[in-house]
Design a protein around this ligand. Sequence first.
Ligand code: NAP
Length: 287
Amino acid sequence: MTRHDSDRSKPVLVTGGTGKTGRRLAERLTNAGVPVRIGSRGAAIPFDWENPSTWDAALDGVEAAYVAYYPDLAVPGAAETVEAFSRLAVKMGVTRLVLLSGRGEVGAERAEELFRRSGAEWTILRADWFFQNFSEAFFLDAIRAGELALPVGDVREPFVDADDIADVAFAALTEKGHERKLYTLTGPRLMSFPEMVHEIGAACGRDIRFTRIPVGAFVEGARNEGLDEPLVDLMRELFTEVLDGRNESVADGVEQALGRPPVDFSDYVRRTVATGVWNTAPAADTI
Ligand SMILES: NC(=O)c1ccc[n+]([C@@H]2O[C@H](COP(=O)([O-])OP(=O)(O)OC[C@H]3O[C@@H](n4cnc5c(N)ncnc54)[C@H](OP(=O)(O)O)[C@@H]3O)[C@@H](O)[C@H]2O)c1
């Protein structure tokens, strides 16, 4: 059964529902009159990936779910956690599951494999890095401070807009035709970090630099900022292995799913400059 011919009074569980893609998806579902249950630690019904005893209540009465694991499908144990969660979801009557996955990550591909066996109608969104990392996540403070320093060179990556991911997730949860599909979601353009930082700086009218630093210095900086060891390991893997050029090609997942091209980085930059987020002092609590 698809959502099309099912009971619209049942909620869709949106895990990470206050995060970069989940928040946008929850807005789209709410605007379309679909009841939403946010799945996060701070939600009305608290949901914690690290505490399976919270999963039953979050899944109770739910028909479909968006699965956005935190912090990343590349961390040890993530694939097994997503597998256990999706199997429980199916046991509790969930018929549609949409997984947010990461492109170029070995751990994420293992999670996809296990996820496909859950027994639900599945869709996988294998996404490239999000534009919104520059405005809603770990690059934001550096952009505000005027220098982004990373252990990457001129490798080019087709970053994607979280709004495009939310549009695809919304379609997959509310329309027929996305069952058993894996969409590789990228933006329309390969760009290097120096190019992206330069474009943001030019649009803000500020001098924002990109500096390449050794991996050791990056890791030490992450530790000094208080990141615990599993997150330090994740950062090392993301910036050394995933950004080794393996994703240096655009894919047509957005076009396949939505019948329109993906949003370009320049559009995102224009929209974001208008919010003023890049001109204020560094925040202490970015995700
Ligand atoms: N960022 C990227 O560029 C990128 C690219 C490709 C794929 N991905 C994938 O996207 C997923 C989400 O990553 P993101 O970076 O965009 O983060 P995000 O969704 O912005 O993360 C924040 C959300 O996760 C929730 N959360 C945090 N810890 C949680 C926990 N222990 N249990 C339940 N919910 C928790 C937060 O709510 P509470 O604080 O209330 O719990 C919030 O809703 C990951 O699986 C990652 O692999 C990310």
